[in-house]
Structures are given as structure tokens and as C-alpha cells.
Design a protein around this ligand. Structure first.
Ligand SMILES: *Cc1c(COP(=O)(O)O)cnc(C)c1O
Length: 425
């Protein structure tokens, strides 16, 4: 009944459909373990020949409902929830990469993901090249190596607020027989569904707009089910897995091979699983996400226009602005709005940026973004402080850049606060 319905309806009803006399709200199954009638059935679960819950590290009924909802919102064949966005990225990448492989990643990505590629995966023999994905297809092709196994970018980059040309990058990936992985955290499936433009795997930090209330961390991986893993480049999916008696994921699980492997192999071994309570809270956020996103976008557009007119402001990065170089990409990929996140720079660099931030009364100075409450961050002294000046500039982060996440307060109060803080600069 739910499939085929509009996204607002899916946010409320997908994933959990109670039967006669069952709870209307999603129940919290606070159990690590499950009981069975026979030892034989447990054996089948371990062989992946029967479906069912085995242990809450691998799956849990509450978590499963939320996974189904997020899969539906992104148009995927399956989803896996994780303990955090970073855990989702780690599992999504390790699911297809091994020592000796190479990844092409956008240079404008979240600081945590930049470290995952540049520090941790590197230690395990996975090399990454960070490139400006705004380059032409022909220029980008030069960065693809024989061992490149994935291309990675963010729909709306955090905090550079660049917009990914998903169709172009998907074409680059597919002509080389590799998948495009897109971090869709800032856009949410309300504003953009990367599958519609050719992305193969969609990743979220659900800690941001999906949860929306800054109450719990989480991540999600969605398999849109369209990539063919049988081209010899992904032996982990197309060759036998000895830890499951030689199961071949592409044979046994068809177009859900990737997401099944992520769960039964990577989540089994790495253990970065969500909790039932966390999934329950995330579900509350998902239910109101369409309404919140609409208001976040509307408030942020007003703030971006206001900032752009102020002489103390050097520049504003918000793809909806007529002045934005991403205006036309935003029109194509994010027609209903580009989220509540704005980046801007105050004249006078780092010193004035800090003075502005410390003068705000309503907006809170936090290491968070995409919250119902307006908040600000100075990336150069927080999330991106490990980067060199050169890396900062490549990531679209100048020393005076402020990331402003516009919340759901009354727009007049938000503008008053910004204006009084600007007066102190
Ligand atoms: C926050 C964020 C992450 C990391 O997610 P956590 O839930 O904090 O681990 C990854 N990607 C983007 C775009 C983010 O904004």
C-alpha cells in the first residue's frame, strides 16, 4: 500500500505497517538475541539460507523497520543502519575495497571523511586521490587508474557547499566499470535522490537532518541495486566467501548483493551497529523530515540573501543565490531547495569570524550542523583544523569561513541575531 506513494507519506508510513491490534508507533525491540524452535533453523540462519534475526549486531526488528524506510526514501533495494555516519562510510568503502585499490574522491568533502581516506584507509593499503569534481569528464578521466574501484562525492559538500554534478560523475564511474558512492547527508532524500541521476550507493550521516534534533548519532548505507558487480573488479562480491561456506553474494542475493555483504560480513566483523533506541529516535526524525526541510530551506534562503547584502560579508556560498556558480546544478539536482546550511566569510579573516561567532546570542556555537536550532561553526578551528592551508583552500575552506546552519526559529529572530553580531565586528 505504501510503495508508490509520495515521499511525505513514505516518511510516515514506510517500513512499519502494524497489523490488527498492533502498536501504532514503531515498537522498540530492546533485545540482543532471538529464540528459535530448532537448532537446525539457527544453522540455516548462519548459512544465510533462511532469513531472520540472529543477533542485534547484524539485525534487529526496530532497526530493520527504519532501514526499510530509508531504503524506500532513496529508492533502494536495501539499507544498513550504522552507529554513526563515519561507520557508514567505513563499511560502505571497505565492502568493496582491499589493499592495492584506489579511490577517486572529491576534494571538497567532510573533514572526517577526508581523514578516513587520507589516513586510515591509506594505512591498510587503499590509496585515494582528491580531485576537484567540477573538472570536465575528460580531465577527470586522467585521474582514473587501472586499480580505481570507486568514485566518491557529497551531494552538497560539508562545509564548502559545492553541488556535485551527479550525472557527470556517475558517467565517469560507469565508463570505468566502477560505482559512484554519494554522501547525501545535507540534501536528504527530500531534496535529492541520487539514484535518479545514476549514483550506485547512497550514504548518510543520520546524525544530521534525518534525526534533526541532535539527540543521537547514526549512519545509513543504501544500495540502489543497479550496479553490476560481476565485471571482475569486485572479487569480494563475485567470488566465494569462505566465512559463509563459499556463498557468492552476486549469485545468492542478486541486486541486493552489496548491501547483504555489508551486513553479514562487514557489520559482523566490525560491529559498528545502531541500537534499537537510536533507530526509534531516528524514526521520529524521519517522520517530520519533509516539513522540517521545507522550512530549513526557506529560512536559509532569507539568511543567505540578507548576508549577501551586508558590506561586512566578503562572500556567501549558498547554491540558491543567483550569484552562486552552483545555481544551475542546484536547479537540476535540488529543485526544492539546498538545505539550511550556508557558508560565508566575514571581511577581516579568522579574527573577525571568531568575533562574530562569539557575539551571537540565539545561534549556538557547536560542533554540529543540520539541527532544528540555528548553529554555527568555524571549520578552520574545529572540523578542519588538521588540514594545512593548502588542503583547506582545496577543500573550499578559507580561514574566515563560517558554516551557518539555519534552524527552524522564526526568521525575524534569526536575522536579528545575525545582524547584532555583525554590528560587533
Ligand atoms: C557529519 C557528517 C559525516 C559524519 O557523520 P557522523 O554521524 O558524525 O559520524 C559524514 N558526512 C557528512 C557530509 C557529514 O556532514
Amino acid at each position: 500500500m505504501i510503495s508508490g506513494m509520495k515521499i511525505e507519506t513514505q516518511c510516515l508510513h514506510s517500513g512499519y505497517e502494524p497489523g490488527n491490534g498492533e502498536p501504532r508507533a514503531l515498537p522498540i525491540y530492546q533485545s540482543t538475541t532471538y529464540t528459535y524452535d530448532s537448532t537446525e533453523h539457527i544453522g540455516k540462519l548462519f548459512d544465510l539460507t533462511a532469513a531472520g534475526h540472529l543477533y542485534s549486531r547484524i539485525s534487529n526488528p526496530t532497526v530493520e523497520c527504519v532501514e526499510k524506510k530509508i531504503a524506500a526514501l532513496e529508492g533502494g533495494v536495501g539499507a544498513l543502519l550504522t552507529a554513526s555516519g563515519q561507520a557508514a562510510l567505513m563499511i560502505a568503502l571497505m565492502n568493496i575495497l582491499q589493499a592495492g585499490d584506489h579511490v577517486l574522491a572529491s576534494s571538497t568533502i567532510y573533514g572526517g571523511t577526508f581523514n578516513l581516506f587520507g589516513v586510515t584507509l591509506k594505512k591498510y593499503g587503499i590509496e585515494s586521490t582528491f580531485v576537484d569534481l567540477d573538472l570536465s569528464l575528460e580531465e577527470l578521466q586522467k585521474f582514473v587508474k587501472p586499480n580505481t574501484r570507486a568514485v566518491f562525492g557529497e551531494t552538497i559538500a560539508n562545509p564548502a557547499i559545492t553541488v556535485l554534478d551527479i550525472e557527470k560523475i556517475a558517467a565517469l564511474a560507469h565508463r570505468n566499470g566502477i560505482p559512484l558512492l554519494v554522501d547525501n547527508t545535507f540534501a536528504t532524500p527530500i531534496l535529492c535522490r541520487p539514484k535518479e541521476f545514476g549514483a550506485d550507493i547512497v550514504i548518510h550521516s543520520t546524525s544530521k537532518y534525518m534525526d534533526g534534533h541532535a539527540v543521537q548519532l547514526g549512519g545509513a548505507i543504501v544500495d540502489v541495486g543497479t550496479f553490476d558487480w560481476n565485471n571482475g573488479k569486485f572479487p569480494g562480491l563475485s567470488e566465494p566467501d569462505e566465512s559463509y561456506h563459499g556463498v557468492v553474494y552476486t549469485k545468492s542475493f542478486g541486486n541486493a548483493a552489496y548491501i547483504t555483504k555489508a551486513r553479514v560480513q562487514l557489520m559482523r566483523d566490525l560491529g559498528a551497529c545502531p541500537t534499537a533506541m537510536g533507530a526509534f529516535l531516528l524514526n521520529l526524525g524521519l517522520e517530520t523530515m519533509p516539513v522540517r526541510m521545507e522550512r530549513h530551506c526557506r529560512n536559509a534562503e532569507r539568511v543567505a540573501e540578507f548576508l549577501e547584502k551586508n558590506p561586512k560579508v566578503e562572500f556567501v556560498k549558498y547554491p540558491r543565490l543567483a550569484s552562486s556558480p552552483y545555481k544551475s546544478l542546484a536547479g537540476k539536482y535540488l529543485p526544492d531547495g539546498t538545505s539550511g546550511v550556508i557558508a560565508f566569510s566575514i571581511r577581516g579573516g579568522r579574527e573577525n569570524a571568531v568575533r562574530f561567532m562569539d557575539s551571537l546570542k540565539l545561534a549556538s556555537n557547536v560542533v554540529h550542523v543540520a539541527d532544528i536550532r540555528t548553529c554555527v561553526l568555524h571549520p578552520a578551528s574545529a572540523t578542519h583544523r588538521q588540514m594545512t592551508d593548502e588542503q583547506l583552500i582545496a577543500a573550499g575552506v578559507t580561514p574566515g569561513l563560517i558554516r551557518l546552519s539555519v534552524g527552524l526559529e522564526n526568521i525575524d529572530d534569526i536575522l536579528d541575531d545575525i545582524s547584532q553580531a555583525l554590528e560587533r565586528v
